[in-house]
Design a protein around this ligand. Structure first.
Ligand SMILES: [Zn+2]
Ligand SMILES: [Zn+2]
Length: 395
């Protein structure tokens, strides 16, 4: 599928295709990553190939890596690239041609007519794409499966008939393009699930990748007040949130409701987004400082996923508590639109660029909590130099 329904389709251009051997960062179950040459001729079910421009690292990658992968895997599921070959049937179906720049979603849905999720385009809820069940996802399939090129941490990756492909403007800045999926998640969670709109007070717990993107999403819809709460170790990320227009609050073992009330002039939150998985009593307590019709959006699961809720305050406030996962196709389309017309503000977040040889070091650091200050860590498989000086710092 594609977000661009109105483009003219010319006959598919002659197919250059990928080289036979391409470099890929293969991540192992023991938390190491090695760069290998993989053979594109071994691909099974490829309808085309993508030359990967960027593969942004998100918390899911780091969590999977830390927990121990099931098998060797080319990780990377926030993928942007240029289509270098595509069979004609797929080109017509997607309205995408070789030479087009696209973003992928990670879901590889079943697309069956009798799938209640796929039937309505709710691909994130297809049992095939479930992170804990079907596991049919970009950046999660085994490197032993066919060519193994199923993730973004490689020079090229295969496209399959069930890939979810969105055309990107050719001139969209590369750093912004890499935000397509996390910013779409943030729009889905903050605006669609959370109801953030012009004048809202939005409180975000956690200034990580999605927390920063949520600040940008709240700002893009005109939220009047955005507060981001983080632990003392996240001071650098709180500064980034502040430069996007949020009020930074350091939580030094204070009571969360107290911090929220203080930061919002005792008004509480219209939208309270937990990106870190506070869990337990902390979430239950925070739910009490929602404004009338306010919503608590839970985007992460901590170690204590069970809590007692004050139902009286929930009913009296006509409040909503909602869990979120991934994003809708519509959120991806809006993400691309906002990024392209410069309304995301995310250009101020430094991009930490990583080449394939640096993936081992970077994933290892992130998995042990020693990642860079900026949460925008982007693997650029075409980058050959150790670091690209014009971009963010690796320190
Ligand atoms: Zn992700
Ligand atoms: Zn399905």
């Amino acid at each position: 599928m594609t977000n661009s329904a109105d483009i003219d389709i010319a006959p598919t251009r002659s197919v250059a295709g990928p080289p036979r051997l391409v470099r890929a960062a293969v991540s192992m179950p023991d938390m190491t990553t090695t760069v290998r040459q993989l053979d594109t001729d071994a691909a099974v079910g490829a309808v085309g190939w993508l030359e990967v421009e960027s593969s942004a690292v998100c918390g899911t990658d780091v969590g999977l890596y830390r927990a121990g992968l099931d098998s060797p895997t080319v990780l990377g599921h926030h993928v942007v690239g240029t289509v270098v070959s595509l069979d004609e049937t797929q080109s017509t179906a997607w309205r995408v041609r070789p030479g087009d720049r696209v973003a992928l979603e990670e879901y590889l849905p079943c697309l069956r007519a009798d799938c209640p999720a796929c039937r309505i385009g709710d691909y994130r809820m297809c049992p095939h794409t479930d992170l804990f069940a079907g596991k049919q996802r970009v950046g999660l399939l085994s490197a032993d499966d066919g060519a193994g090129l199923h993730g973004g941490n490689a020079e090229y990756m295969q496209l399959s008939a069930n890939s979810l492909v969105y055309r990107l403007p050719a001139d969209l800045d590369a750093d912004l393009a890499a935000w397509t999926q996390p910013f779409a998640n943030a729009l889905d969670w903050t605006v669609d699930a959370g109801g953030a709109k012009e004048g809202s007070t939005v409180v975000v717990i956690g200034p990580g990748y999605h927390g920063i993107a949520a600040v940008a999403a709240a700002r893009a819809v005109g939220a009047a007040r955005i507060v981001v709460i983080g632990v003392p170790q996240s001071a650098g990320r709180l500064e980034i949130a502040e430069s996007l227009g949020a009020v930074p609050v350091i939580n030094n073992n204070h009571s969360l409701p107290e911090l929220i009330l203080r930061a919002t002039g005792a008004e509480g939150a219209d939208v309270l987004l937990d990106t870190v998985g506070l869990g337990g009593e902390a979430v239950a307590a925070a739910a009490r400082v929602l404004r009338k019709r306010g919503r608590l959006v839970i985007g992460g699961l901590g170690s204590t996923p069970v809590c007692e809720l004050d139902l009286k305050s929930l009913v009296r406030g006509a409040n909503t508590i909602v869990g979120v996962r991934g994003r809708s196709p519509d959120a991806v389309a809006r993400s691309i639109e906002l990024l392209a017309d410069g309304r995301s503000g995310l250009e101020i977040v430094p991009s930490v660029d990583v080449d394939l040889d640096q993936v081992d070091d970077m994933l290892g650091r992130m998995a042990t909590g020693l990642g860079p200050v900026s949460p925008h860590v982007v693997i650029r498989p075409q980058l050959r130099r150790p670091t690209d000086q014009k971009r963010g710092t690796l320190s």
